[in-house]
Design a protein. Structure first.
Length: 64
């Protein structure tokens, strides 16, 4: 878990609630000439987002 500076890309959402930045990779690498994301980080992030959406939509185990 990491914290981005207050002028990060989520700062424009602050008037609507708590801003959140979430994604794979090292934030220090973003928008750099050598920016990259490992496959493992991408897979972990995708799983976390998918699980969050499934739970938010009310899907229980085994699709019920």
């Amino acid at each position: 878990m990491f914290q981005l500076p207050p002028d990060g890309s989520a700062s424009n959402t602050h008037p609507f609630g708590v801003p959140l930045n979430f994604g794979p990779g090292d934030p220090a690498m973003s928008h750099q000439p050598n920016e990259h994301v490992s496959i493992a980080d991408l897979v972990d992030c995708t799983k976390a987002i998918a699980l969050t959406l499934v739970r938010w939509c009310g899907v229980k185990e085994n699709g019920k």
